[in-house]
Design a protein around this ligand. Structure first.
Ligand SMILES: Cc1cc2nc3c(=O)[nH]c(=O)nc-3n(C[C@H](O)[C@H](O)[C@H](O)COP(=O)(O)OP(=O)(O)OC[C@H]3O[C@@H](n4cnc5c(N)ncnc54)[C@H](O)[C@@H]3O)c2cc1C
Length: 401
C-alpha cells in the first residue's frame, strides 16, 4: 500500500479539514451543547450563538474570501453540519438554511453587485438569510409553485405565499429574515413553467412574515415561518441571473442541501451511538451490564455498521461534489435517502437501549429522534428521493459501476 493511500483520511482529507473539525467540535462542546435542550423546550432560535458562527468563519464557509467567506469546499460543509448536528440539529438546521440555501446559492449564482453588497453581511452574521421554495399548496411538485413575479418598469412585483421557511422569522416578534432567496413563476414557454429567483430584502414593501409555525415535533431550535408577498416590489437588480432560467440552479442547490442534510443525519446517528454505547456499559440488569445481552448487541452492532457505511457514502459524495456546478443528483438523493432513515432508526434504538431514561430530555436521544424525523421530509421527502433515483438510474445505468 502506498504512503499516500495509507495517510488519506476520507473524513478529514486535508490539514484544513482536520482543523475545521477540531474548531467545530470545541465550539460545540463549549457553546452549543449547554444551550441545546433549553432552546428545544422553549422553541427559540439562539441568534447570539448563531452570530458567533460568523466569527468562526462558518456562516460563509463556502464563499470566496473576496466576499468575506472562508472559501472551503463541500467536504468542509459536511464536517461542520455533522459536528453541529451531533449536539443540536435544530440550531444546525438554521445554520444550513442560512449558509447553504441562501449564502452558498448567492455566492454561486448571484451577480457581482449582489455578491459584493450582500455576502459580507451574511458571512459575518450581521444578516440572517433564508430560502423560500415551498408553498402552502406545493412542496414536492415544485414546478407547480404558484407565487408569481411580473416585470413593472425597473421593478418586479411578487405575489404569493411561501410555507415552512426556516429562518423565515428570526425571533418571536416575527422579525423577518434580512435576505430571502425567493423562487417565483415568471411565465410559461411551451407549457413549461419559467422560474426566476429574487433576492428579497427586509423592508421591501409587501414582504412580511405570515404566521410563525409553532409546536413542531422537532427542530424546535430553528424558527419556521410562512412568508407573504403582497404586491412586493423588488428592484430589477435583485433578479438573480436571467429571467426564467432558475430551474438549473435550483436543482444544483438542492444537491448541496441534500448532502448537508445527510451530514446532519450522520451527526445524529453518531451521537445516538455514543449515548447507547456508554449507557449499555454502565447500566446493569440481571447482574450483567446491558451490553452483555444479545438483543442490545444487535442494536449497537447494526447501528455501528450502518453508520460507518453511510458515513463513507456521504464523504465520498462530498469529495466529488462541486459547489459551483453540482452534477451529482443521483448520489445527493442517495445519501439523503439512506441517512435520514438511518438517523431516525439509530436514535430510536438508542431510546430503546436506555429504556425509560431514553424517553426524557436529559439523555438527549429523544430530542435527536424528534429532530431526525424532519430529515425524512425537509429538502425532499424520502418518497421524492426514491422517485428521483429511479428516474435517474434508468437514464444512467452506468452509475452502478
Ligand atoms: C421544519 C421544516 C423546515 C422546512 N424548511 C424549508 C425551507 O427553509 N425552505 C423551503 O422552501 N421549504 C422548507 N420546508 C418544506 C419542505 O421542503 C417540504 O415540507 C417538503 O419538500 C415536502 O413538501 P410538502 O410538505 O408540501 O409535502 P407534499 O409534497 O404535499 O407531500 C406529501 C406526501 O406525499 C408524498 N408525495 C408527493 N408527491 C409524490 C410522488 N410523486 N410520489 C410519491 N409520493 C409523493 C410525499 O413524499 C409526502 O409523503 C421545511 C419543512 C419543514 C417541516
Amino acid at each position: 500500500m502506498s504512503e499516500t493511500w495509507r495517510e488519506f483520511d476520507l473524513f478529514n482529507p486535508t490539514e484544513e479539514h482536520k482543523m475545521l473539525r477540531e474548531t467545530a467540535r470545541a465550539f460545540v462542546a463549549a457553546e452549543v451543547e449547554p444551550q441545546a435542550l433549553e432552546n428545544d423546550r422553549r422553541e427559540t432560535f439562539n441568534l447570539p450563538l448563531f452570530r458567533k458562527l460568523g466569527e468562526l468563519g462558518f456562516l460563509g464557509l463556502t464563499v470566496p474570501d473576496t466576499y468575506g467567506g472562508t472559501g472551503m469546499d463541500a467536504v468542509a460543509a459536511v464536517i461542520v453540519h455533522e459536528e453541529l448536528a451531533a449536539s443540536d440539529p435544530g440550531f444546525c438546521l438554521a445554520y444550513l438554511a442560512h449558509s447553504m440555501l441562501c449564502v452558498n446559492n448567492l455566492a454561486v449564482n448571484g451577480s457581482e453587485e449582489q455578491k459584493k453588497r450582500i455576502l459580507p453581511k451574511l458571512c459575518s452574521g450581521e444578516w440572517v438569510g433564508a430560502m423560500a421554495m415551498s408553498e402552502p399548496a406545493v412542496g414536492t411538485d415544485v414546478m407547480a409553485l404558484e407565487t408569481t413575479a411580473r416585470r413593472d418598469g425597473g421593478h418586479y412585483v411578487i405575489n404569493g405565499r411561501k410555507m415552512w421557511i426556516t429562518n423565515g422569522c428570526i425571533d418571536d416578534n416575527g422579525t423577518p429574515a434580512d435576505i430571502v432567496w425567493v423562487y417565483a413563476k415568471t411565465g410559461e414557454v411551451n407549457g413549461r413553467t419559467q422560474l426566476s429567483t429574487f433576492v428579497v430584502e427586509k423592508g421591501m414593501p409587501g414582504y412580511e412574515v405570515g404566521q410563525k409555525i409553532k409546536d413542531k415535533t422537532g427542530m424546535r431550535a430553528s424558527n419556521t415561518a410562512e412568508l407573504v408577498f403582497s404586491d412586493c416590489r423588488v428592484p430589477a437588480g435583485n433578479l438573480v441571473g436571467t429571467e426564467g432560467a432558475s430551474v438549473h440552479h435550483m436543482m444544483r442547490n438542492l444537491e448541496i442541501e441534500r448532502l448537508t442534510l445527510a451530514a446532519m443525519s450522520l451527526g445524529i446517528a453518531r451521537r445516538s451511538l455514543e449515548v447507547m454505547n456508554r449507557y449499555a456499559q454502565e447500566r446493569s440488569s440481571f447482574g450483567k451490564p446491558l451490553n452483555h445481552f444479545g438483543q442490545i448487541q444487535r442494536h449497537i452492532g447494526e447501528s455501528f455498521a450502518e453508520y460507518r457505511a453511510c458515513r463513507a457514502y456521504v464523504y465520498e459524495t462530498a469529495r466529488r461534489m462541486r459547489l459551483d456546478a453540482g452534477g451529482n443528483r443521483l448520489d445527493s438523493d442517495g445519501v439523503k435517502l439512506i441517512t435520514s432513515t438511518l438517523a431516525k432508526n439509530i436514535a430510536d434504538r438508542a431510546i430503546q437501549v436506555l429504556g425509560g431514561y431514553g424517553y426524557v430530555g436529559e439523555y438527549v436521544v429523544e430530542r435527536l429522534w424528534r429532530d431526525a424525523k424532519l430529515l425524512e421530509i425537509g429538502g425532499g421527502t424520502i418518497e421524492a428521493h426514491q422517485k428521483n433515483i429511479t428516474r435517474d438510474l434508468a437514464k444512467m445505468p452506468s452509475a452502478l459501476y
